[in-house]
Design a protein around this ligand. Structure first.
Ligand SMILES: C[S@@+](CC[C@H](N)C(=O)[O-])C[C@H]1O[C@@H](n2cnc3c(N)ncnc32)[C@H](O)[C@@H]1O
Length: 306
C-alpha cells in the first residue's frame, strides 16, 4: 500500500480543536485517509464524510478506515467536491462543523507512473484524478499554440510559456502527437537552451506538468465552486480549512475568505497563512509549499469568546 504523509495535520487538528468539539467533519479531499483517520481517533464520537474524485484513492482510504477505530463513523463518497452540497444533501447528516480541503495530488497519484502525473517517471500522459474527461495528452495535442501559451502561463506561471508552446506545436507537426510523460519531458528539454536549464533551480518540466494537471482536472473551477458550497453548507458555528500547494490555489482561497469576511459571514483567523514547521520540513520535504488558511463562521466560539 502506498503511503502519503499528511501535511500540516497537527496544525489542522489544533485549529479544529479551538472551536466547539466537532461532531461531524467533511474531509473534502480524502486522499489516502490520513486526515480522516486522525479526526476519527482524536474525537471519538465524531463522524467523518470523506470525498474524493479518485476511485483508487477512495478504495484505499475505505480499506484503511474500515477497522475498529471508525465504528461506523466514516462514510466515503466518490465525487468532485464541486458537488459538495448535493453529496451532503444525499447523505442527510445535516450541516458539518468543519469542512477541510487538502488540495492537490496525493502520493498515490504521483507515484503510479501509469497515472501520468510525474515528470520523473515515464507513463501515459493522462493526469485525470477522476474517471472521465480529457487527458493531458488530448489537451497537448489539440490546443492551438496560443491556447497552450496561455495555459502554461496562467496555470503554471511558466516564464517561458511562449517558447515552450511554440516548440510543442512544431514538434507535433513534424514528429506527431506527444503521448507519454517521457516524451513531453524530452520535448521540453529539447526546446529550452541548455545553459538556461542549468540555471533553473527546478525541473524544467515542473510548471508545465502543474499547468496541464490543473487544466485536465479543472482544479480552479472546482475549487471556486467547492469553496462557495462549503461556505453555504457549514454550520454557523463552524469553520472551513484549506491547505493549498501553489500560489494560484492560495489566491483563490484567500479571495473567497476575504469576500465572506466583507459580507459579514465570519472572519479569517489567524490572518496569515500557516506554513509547515522546520521539523515538518525535515520529515517531509513535499510539504514545503503548503499554506493553510482557516475561515471561522460568524457564530464560532473562537470569534465570540467562550
Ligand atoms: C493531497 S491529497 C489529500 C491527502 C489526505 N489529506 C491524506 O492525508 O491522505 C488530495 C486529494 O484530493 C483529491 N481531489 C483533488 N481535487 C478534488 C476535487 N475537486 N474533488 C474531490 N477530490 C479532489 C485528489 O484526488 C487527492 O486524492
Amino acid at each position: 500500500m502506498i503511503e502519503h504523509i499528511p501535511v500540516l495535520l497537527e496544525e489542522v487538528v489544533r485549529l479544529l480543536e479551538a472551536g466547539e468539539t466537532p461532531d461531524y467533519i467533511v474531509d473534502a479531499t480524502l486522499g489516502l485517509g490520513g486526515y480522516s483517520e486522525r479526526f476519527l481517533r482524536e474525537w471519538v464520537s465524531c463522524k467523518v464524510l470523506g470525498i474524493d474524485r479518485d476511485p483508487m484513492a477512495l478504495e484505499q482510504a475505505k480499506q484503511r478506515l474500515s477497522g475498529a477505530v471508525c465504528e461506523g463513523r466514516f462514510v466515503g463518497r466518490e465525487s468532485n467536491f464541486r458537488q459538495l452540497a448535493e453529496v451532503l444533501d444525499d447523505l442527510g447528516w445535516g450541516r458539518p462543523d468543519a469542512i477541510v480541503f487538502d488540495l492537490g495530488v496525493s502520493n498515490l497519484q504521483i507515484s503510479l507512473s501509469e497515472r501520468g502525473f510525474s515528470f520523473q517517471e515515464d507513463g501515459p500522459l493522462d493526469m485525470r484524478m477522476g474517471r472521465n474527461g480529457q487527458t493531458a495528452s488530448d489537451l497537448l495535442n489539440t490546443l492551438s499554440q496560443e491556447e497552450l501559451r496561455r495555459l502554461f502561463r496562467d496555470y503554471g506561471e511558466e516564464p517561458h510559456a511562449g517558447t515552450i508552446a511554440k516548440g510543442i506545436v512544431a514538434y507535433r507537426q513534424y514528429k506527431g502527437p506527444i503521448e507519454t510523460t517521457g516524451d513531453l519531458v524530452g520535448v521540453i528539454r529539447g526546446i529550452l537552451p541548455a545553459p538556461l536549464q542549468r540555471k533553473m533551480n527546478r525541473h524544467p518540466a515542473r510548471r508545465i506538468f502543474q499547468a496541464l494537471r490543473i487544466a485536465v482536472n479543472d482544479e480552479i473551477g472546482s475549487l471556486r465552486q467547492g469553496l462557495e458550497q462549503a461556505g453555504e453548507t457549514v454550520k454557523q458555528t463552524g469553520c472551513i480549512v484549506a491547505v493549498s500547494y501553489h500560489s494560484l490555489e492560495d489566491r483563490i482561497v484567500k479571495h473567497a475568505f476575504n469576500e465572506w469576511e466583507t459580507a459579514g459571514k465570519g472572519r479569517r483567523t489567524p490572518r496569515k497563512a500557516i506554513r509547515p514547521s522546520d521539523d515538518e520540513l525535515e520529515r517531509n520535504y513535499k510539504s514545503r509549499s503548503a499554506m493553510l488558511r482557516v475561515f471561522r463562521m460568524a457564530d464560532s466560539v473562537v470569534l465570540k469568546g467562550r
